[in-house]
Design a protein around this ligand. Structure first.
Ligand code: CIR
Length: 274
């Protein structure tokens, strides 16, 4: 079991008409353009569909402005899917339809086992990073100690806590390119999180640092690496890294989703083969 670099499934959910009311740490300078956000999200979904065997697409749910950020609802480790309890009260109900979709999937994928966190645990999938055998859990404003303890019980010996001193989630300032390559934003808090992660990985694991925070969250799908558009300095570094690893680098414009603190990983759950 390790990070699913060649996932079979991508789980995504449509962007709701109420997206202008999505949560954000700071109000954006310019209001969210929902039509533009929908187009950006649709393009993201099409890119994923090209590179996975099966796209599982759920419809948007209007009562949940943040519902496109489906990464927060479930983590899948190997063949175990663990439904979360999202740390933002307005988002707690988002997991119900994801649970139903995974139950339907279970009918043809009997290896898939379904678990769930229970109160008082709170956890957003954006706080979970898988590298190698390890499952790193960011203790953040959204994810608490109770969730960490429940995950430790479900995944014995594999879970490591990482305090999140900056950003919404653990993966706001970092992400994994593969099991031994951690991408980090050039930032003291990101460095501290990176050190905590590297300490738990085999000695050949390494960090690659990019100057732009928004470029530190990349999405690896098969032999493709996606980054946010508009960060030329980081793009040069990521291009070199992608070449070294035999990956194709693509840029995606997600400017409207970024206004609601959305990163690239947050709009999908990549998993399988089971
Ligand atoms: C929220 O505050 O919950 C959403 N506006 C953004 C969630 C982003 N999720 C993620 O990066 N996993």
């Amino acid at each position: 079991m390790s990070m699913p670099t060649h996932p079979h499934y991508a789980l995504v959910r449509g962007l709701s008409n109420s997206f202008a009311h999505a949560l954000s740490m700071e109000a954006p300078e310019e209001a969210i353009d929902v039509e533009r956000a929908k187009a950006q999200h649709a393009h993201y979904t099409r890119c994923l569909a090209e590179h996975v065997a099966e796209l599982l697409e759920l419809p948007a749910e209007e009562q949940y402005p943040d519902c496109c950020f489906i990464e927060d609802t479930v983590i899948v480790v190997g063949s175990t899917a663990i439904l979360t309890r999202i740390g933002a009260p307005t988002r707690l109900g988002e997991t119900a339809s994801v649970a139903a979709a995974l139950r339907r999937l279970q009918e043809r994928e009997p290896r898939l086992s379904l678990r769930e966190l229970s109160p008082p645990a709170l956890l957003d999938g954006g706080d979970v990073l898988q590298m190698g055998e390890k499952v790193f859990v960011g203790l953040s404003q959204r994810t608490n100690q109770a969730a960490l303890e429940q995950l430790e019980a479900l995944l014995p010996g594999r879970v490591r806590a990482v305090p999140v001193a900056k950003g919404l989630h653990l993966k706001s300032l970092l992400s994994a390119v593969d099991d031994e390559t951690l991408l980090l934003a050039e930032d003291l808090a990101a460095r501290a999180m990176g050190d905590a992660i590297l300490e738990a990985l085999p000695p050949h694991a390494r960090c690659v640092v990019v100057p732009d925070q928004k470029a530190a969250n990349v999405l690896r799908v098969g032999n493709h690496l996606f980054m946010q558009e508009g960060f030329p300095q980081s793009e040069v570094l990521l291009k070199a890294l992608a070449e070294e690893k035999g990956l194709a680098l693509h840029t995606l414009c997600m400017s409207e989703l970024m206004k609601a603190d959305g990163a690239l990983t947050c709009c999908s759950v990549l998993f399988g083969p089971l």
